[in-house]
Design a protein around this ligand. Structure first.
Ligand code: MBD
Ligand code: FE
Length: 281
């Protein structure tokens, strides 16, 4: 066996910060002073309440300050916020969303992947490990009409739980792809089942998790952005029935509607069908 270099928290964390900076995710928020004041006042009041309720001491306050500095220096704000805060933001967005359930985006999306006609095989190494998975389905609108040329932007961890673009030993674009549905709205994606994801334990987010005696795991998942012209894009993830950490996701981002149950094909491979429903934009 060969020794594989594993990504350090510093590597994946700062890469996530670079990816976020290069994205347009942070544009589009307003700057209405009343809105800023309402949100920040409540945020600070919540912190003040914790300080009083828990009788937070000066050493604890200064340790928190030190930790916050390290999160920034390590580039881990995208990781920390997507793991511990994004699920609540998604919950609010979901109040007005119809069709397939969404869930959090997370810090490891990278735009600009290869466009692949269906049936598609996600780019992978010649010796890519993991149980093969054939993932098929349709993309339809809320009236049940198939959406031809809809796009499924897919990304996932490998069989060791690492994402390309954020782990130095993986080729760019590995297990990422933009799959386009055919004229009947159908897609077929050949890939492997990912492993659960572990928040890197050597960075500030991981150190906090260890200090609090929590666990750092997310259940195995596929990420998807499903889109079609004139329709609201769905950001979601699909999980695997019976998988470890399904009921205790550190990022609190699982939903029962998003759990796949792939069928064993009897030859060491698995297959599953799942349909997506997009609402009008
Ligand atoms: C992940 O792989 C992920 O999906 C989320 C939401 C946070 C951290 C790592
Ligand atoms: Fe993920």
């Amino acid at each position: 066996t060969t020794t594989q270099e594993s990504p350090t928290a510093a590597g994946s964390g700062s890469s996530a910060t670079e990816a976020f900076r290069a994205s347009t995710l942070h544009s589009g928020a307003g700057t209405d002073p009343a809105r800023v004041s309402a949100i920040v006042s409540k945020l600070l009041a919540g912190i003040h309440d914790v300080v009083r309720d828990e009788s937070v001491t000066y050493p604890e306050f200064q340790a928190a300050k030190q930790w916050l500095i390290e999160v920034g220096e390590g580039g881990e704000w995208p990781l920390f916020l997507d793991v511990f805060v994004e699920h609540a933001v998604e919950e609010v967005a979901a109040r007005t969303q119809d069709g397939t359930k969404g869930t959090i985006l997370g810090p490891y999306y990278l735009p600009g992947q290869a466009r692949l006609a269906t049936p598609a095989t996600l780019p992978q190494r010649p010796d890519e490990k993991g149980v093969p998975l054939v993932f098929t389905g349709h993309v339809r609108d809320t009236d049940g009409r198939p959406l031809a040329h809809a796009e499924l932007d897919v990304w996932q961890a490998d069989e060791q739980g690492y994402y390309s673009g954020f782990a130095p030993h993986l080729p760019d674009g590995n297990l990422r792809g933009l799959v386009v549905t055919d004229a009947e709205g159908r897609f077929e994606i050949h890939t492997i089942q990912p492993a659960p994801y572990q928040v890197p334990t050597d960075g500030p987010t991981g150190k906090l998790i260890t200090a609090a005696d929590w666990h750092p795991w997310r259940p195995a998942h596929l990420h998807l952005l499903v889109s079609a012209p004139g329709h609201r894009t769905i950001t979601t993830q699909l999980y695997f029935k019976g998988g470890q950490w399904l009921d205790s996701d550190v990022a609190d981002a699982t939903k029962p509607e998003l759990v796949l149950n792939p069928a064993d094909q009897g030859d060491g491979t698995t297959a599953v069908d799942y349909d997506f429903v997009l609402e009008p934009a």
